[in-house]
Write a protein that binds this ligand. Structure first.
Ligand code: NAD
Length: 244
């Protein structure tokens, strides 16, 4: 890949809202042809009207659906694994099954996608995988993010492992590690706390830049990494200075 996204095919998971959606739009603006996928088909509706974007329903928990999509779509140049959920609470708050569910989505969802799409990239001798981690991972601990931080640290581990295995065969694999980003699920989390304004102030106070990140800012990093041909195996913090 020469750095330009013109003529490149990009597949994005969890493109229905938030960072995934902003990224699908940013990749299309950068000239790529985009397959935007999400578990929730309704969220993809209006993306289908955007030039260069095709939409497909895909639940990354579903092995057969992931394998079927790889057969249908064929080779992609860029795979952006964005799907993930936030689980709140400490190790003692965790209910039975919470960690398994979060691993299945946040970690194994990416593993399924990479196993399905990597062979065609290898045949072609070129490909970029971008995995959505978080600064709350092996980079930083945050209160009440035990399950989340554990799974996102695993995303960085799997990113480095894939990068190391395939670095000499034209494959790059990097992770994006955002701080707190204004997205629909963040809004939900802030409302769920009861005092929305106080929760919002607390989230903003964590970010030394004094504001939350935007999905478009994270999308711009995804587009950059898709075409950044001399970097692999890295975890890129984009967090308003939280991890300084
Ligand atoms: P969001 O949480 O608002 O939306 C998530 C999307 O994922 C939804 O469209 C949903 O339908 C889809 N989804 C959920 N389960 C799925 C599944 N099994 N298969 C396919 N799609 C599924 O979006 P967001 O907050 O931008 O988060 C996107 C990613 O960014 C996540 O991996 C999240 O952990 C990560 N992240 C977010 C923040 C933040 O502050 N928002 C910070 C760091 C990392």
């Amino acid at each position: 890949m020469d750095g330009s996204l013109k003529g490149k095919h990009v597949l994005v998971t969890a493109a229905g809202q938030g960072i995934g959606r902003a990224s699908a739009l940013a990749f299309a603006r950068a000239g790529a042809s985009v397959t935007a996928t999400d578990r929730d088909e309704a969220l993809l509706g209006d993306l289908a009207a955007v030039t260069g974007i095709a939409v497909q329903c895909l639940d990354v928990l579903d092995d057969a659906a992931v394998a079927g999509m790889a057969r249908e779509v064929g080779r992609v140049d860029v795979l952006f694994n964005c799907a993930g959920i936030v689980h709140s609470g400490s190790i003692l708050d965790m209910a039975e099954g919470d960690l398994d569910l979060a691993f299945d989505l946040n970690v194994k969802g990416m593993v399924r996608m990479i196993r399905a799409f990597l062979p065609a990239m290898l045949d072609h001798g070129d490909g970029s995988v971008i995995n959505m981690a978080s600064v709350v991972s092996s980079l930083k601990g945050a209160p009440n993010r035990f399950v989340y931080g554990t799974t996102k640290a695993a995303v960085i581990g799997l990113t480095k492992a894939v990068a190391a295995d395939y670095v000499a065969r034209g494959i790059r694999c990097n992770a994006i590690c955002p701080g707190t980003v204004e997205s629909p699920s963040l809004q939900q989390r802030m409302r769920a706390q009861g005092d929305y304004d106080a929760t919002r102030r607390a989230f903003i106070a964590r970010q030394p830049m004094g504001r939350l990140g935007t999905p478009d800012e994270i999308a711009a990093l995804a587009v950059h990494l898709a075409g950044a041909t001399y970097t692999t195996g890295q975890a890129y913090a984009i967090d308003g200075g939280w991890s300084i």
